[in-house]
Structure formats: C-alpha cells, structure tokens
Design a protein around this ligand. Structure first.
Ligand code: IMP
Length: 436
C-alpha cells in the first residue's frame, strides 16, 4: 500500500492543497507534519472556496482521518476557528475525523509578538515572515522550553509552564520593542492561562498519540497521504537560508514530523506552478518586475492566502525543480496553474544560471551567489484559449503539451498531473501515485 508525500517544489503556494484534496479520495488518512498557520491552502470544490491554515486539506472528504502531527506548531485559537467554520458548513461531522498530536507545540501570543517586533527591529533586512509566531515557536521547541498540546489539557501544568516561560519572553519583547521603537506589549499570566486552558478543552476530543494511531492504521493497510506545507526552498536546512521558514519542508520530514520511520514513505510528489512565485524577502533569479510579472499576478490571483501580500512572480526555473527533485526524491511533478500562462506569445523556461561568467546547472548553495546569478532562458512558443475546460492531456494545445514535455526533460522528473484551474475538477491526473 503506497504512502505518498505531497511537497512544494518551489517557495510554497504551489497548489498543494488542491492536489491533496484531489488525492484524498485514494487515501484513508491525511497528515500535516510541519509548519503552522503560516500555510494557507485554498480549495475550491463545486465553486465553493475554503481556505485552511492548519487542518489538512483532506478534511472536505467525509470518512477520511486527518492528522495534525507532532511536527506542526499549533495556534489553538486559529485551529478552533477552523474547526468551528468547517462544522458550521456541514463538514467534520464526526470528531474522530480530526486527530491532533499531543506532542505538537503550541504558539502563544508572545511568539507572535516576538515574530512581529523582531521583523520591525530588523528594519530594511527583514525576512518577510507571515508574522504568525512560527519561528519563535520552533525556537522554543528547540530550546526545550516549548509548551505542547498535552500541556494545555492539564490546567496546573499549563499554569506552571506559562509562568516559567513568560518572564523571559517579556524580557525579549521589551528588548525588541525598544529596538523597533514601539510600545511594549503587555501579557498577563492569569488571563492567558485561562484562555489557553479553555482552548485545550475545545481541542481535547481530538488529542491523541498521533504516531501510535498512524502506525496502527498502516498495519491495517491504510494508505497515508502526507501534506507538506511551504516549499523546498523555504526548508530551514535546504532552502535559501536565512530567507526560509523555521521547519524542514522537504519530504523526509514527513516521517520525522509524523513519528514514523522513513520506510513509511513510498512516493513523493512535487508540486510546482507552471511559473514561479515567492512571498517574503530573498533572491529569486527568474523574478519578473515588468508587465508579464504583473499579468501573472493578476491572472493567477497571486496574493497570499494567509497574509494577502502580493506574491512576486517569475518564469519557471528548472534549476530549482532539479534541486527539489534531488532533495525530496521526487517520483513525479504536478504542474499547476498551466491555464495562467495562456495568452502569452512566448514563455521562458530557465534551464541554467550564469554566475560570474560561468554557466551553472545546479542551485548555488550560497544565497548571496543565488542573488547574483543571471537566468539562462529557453524560449518556447505560447498558446491561446481557455484551458480550464480541458480534461485530458491530448486536448491541450500542442504548444502547451510541448511546454510540459520540456519541463519534464529539463528537470528530469515526469509530470504526472496538470492543473488547469482552481476547481477540484479542473485537473488532468496522468498517473495516480497511489496506484502501484
Ligand atoms: P514564517 O514561516 O512566517 O517564519 O516566514 C518565513 C518565510 O517563509 C517568509 O518568506 C514567508 O513569506 C514564507 N512562508 C511561510 N509560509 C509560507 C507559505 O505557506 N507559502 C509561501 N511562503 C511562506
């Protein structure tokens, strides 16, 4: 029974939510294994739009178990808000459909303040974080002073943990607020403890040992779909450091985050847009600051699902896709938003870089080098017409098919899925990763 990881092959926002929603039909369990509500997965089913930040995109399918694993950092008020809004719309009828790992770390208000004020204090060299407290929550986890979901369920233990952590968090906030020349936020322990204990009670019916539950499901033959967040180049170890998020986005972290061995992963599907986008700071070799970039942003509705920020847009970069193939072990690629490229006379595909007069075909490890490279483009003919009604690969315009085939050749991975619109139905699935 294959277990499949869906992972972003670029800088996030590749359309993973849609692919996960589509593949959920073939799995019994969907697992979020890292990140937090910095992610925003937009799903459109039958014209109805749902944006999820924490709950796996498989939740719109009745009868599937969705797991938020230990590797995730959870803002409990965001999670409760998502639960309530899904329930109000008739989803999540059975509490057992959502499982939250007791070992996942919790985002507290001080994490959000530290994130926000830290960015302000950085001035012109800010990272462009989502401001959701993700980095500071992971910092607490690694520093072994984090507070976990299991702690929310025991009011005395929660009070102890908050009182241990709050003084040093306030000290850091005072320092950052002074550097950012903004008022120091106040955080009183008692209301905070009461609020988070109440949130813990709301989450209690869902809290379990996720690793144990997943191992049990696998032993009974269930197929698991691991849902990545962000993207390969935002990975804290393998991305464009320091312009990255604070967790490992690469596929191997699905096993770590979920509490399973690496042998639990059979296939990895990389998701890439037919072009490239990035939010936040950092180098972006194929970025377009001209009217073509504007056109991609407008036609592709390239505004963050979490922060609403306009995304930077550019041509597809096969150097990045080759890198993503290597560090994730990609089995296949889902190429999304092909429809957005319709109407362009010609389309550029970056196949290599030029760095200090030398041609390089691999992603430079040094982010400053990446900032200096010049993309080497291959120009391919564009196509006209609305692709959103196309349902088979052969129905695509000849030049669109040629573009897809050239992407495969230049990145060395098969394109197994092409998305031609936001709706679940607007997809051409050429090869199903769950079929052995
Ligand atoms: P953080 O994850 O909020 O700390 O932000 C760090 C970097 O990752 C920033 O450049 C963010 O814009 C980026 N980022 C975080 N989550 C996402 C996502 O889901 N999609 C795209 N970019 C993201």
């Amino acid at each position: 029974m294959p277990n499949v990881v869906v992972v972003g092959a670029q800088w996030g926002d590749e359309g993973k939510g849609k692919v996960v929603d589509l593949l959920t039909e073939h799995a019994q369990v969907v697992v979020r294994y890292h990140g937090g509500n910095n992610a925003g997965h937009t799903l459109v089913v039958g014209g109805q739009k749902t944006v999820l930040h924490l709950i796996p995109s498989g939740i719109l399918h009745a009868g599937k178990t969705c797991v938020i694993a230990s590797g995730v950092v959870i803002d409990p008020s965001v999670l409760v808000g998502e639960l309530d809004s899904l329930k109000a719309r008739g989803f999540l009828k059975d509490d057992g459909q959502l499982v939250i790992s007791a070992g996942a770390h919790v985002i507290f208000p001080w994490h959000k303040w530290i994130d926000e004020l830290g960015e302000k204090a950085r001035g012109g060299s800010k990272l462009g974080t989502t401001g959701r407290g993700i980095g500071p929550a992971y910092e607490d986890k690694v520093a072994r002073r984090g507070i976990r979901v299991r702690d929310l369920l025991d009011a005395d233990r929660l009070a102890r943990r908050v009182k241990e952590r709050l003084p040093s968090a306030l000290e850091e906030l005072r320092r950052l607020a002074t550097a950012a020349e903004t008022p120091v936020p106040t955080l009183e322990p008692e209301p905070l403890i009461a609020e988070f204990a109440a949130l813990g009670q709301r989450l209690r019916p869902h809290v379990a040992d996720a690793s144990l539950l997943l191992a049990g499901k696998i032993s009974k033959g269930a197929r698991i779909l691991f849902e990545g967040a962000q993207g390969t180049l935002l990975d804290v170890d393998h991305g464009t450091y320091p312009f990255v998020t604070s967790s490992n986005c690469v596929a191997a972290n699905a096993a770590v985050g979920a509490g399973l061995g690496p042998t639990a992963i059979d296939k990895v599907m990389g998701i890439s847009k037919a072009y490239t986008t990035r939010v936040g700071s950092g180098p972006f070799p194929t970025e377009l600051t001209d009217e073509v970039g504007e056109r991609l942003r407008a036609k592709g509705a390239e505004f963050g699902a979490t922060t609403g920020r306009p995304r930077r847009c550019g041509w597809l970069d096969a150097v990045i896709l080759r890198y993503a193939a290597r560090v994730n072990g990609l089995w296949g690629i889902a190429l999304t938003k092909l429809d957005v490229l319709s109407g362009l006379k010609s389309i550029n595909l970056c196949t290599a870089y030029e760095l200090d007069g030398q041609r390089v075909s691999e992603l430079p490890g040094d982010v400053e080098d990446l900032g200096r490279v010049r993309p080497v483009y291959e120009s391919l003919p564009g196509w006209d017409g609305d692709l959103t009604l196309v349902r088979t690969f052969d129905e695509l315009p000849e030049t669109a098919r040629r573009y897809v085939r050239r992407v495969e050749e230049t990145c060395g991975v098969r394109v197994v899925c092409v998305s031609v619109g936001a709706d679940r139905g607007e997809t051409i699935l050429l090869e199903n990763p769950f079929r052995t």
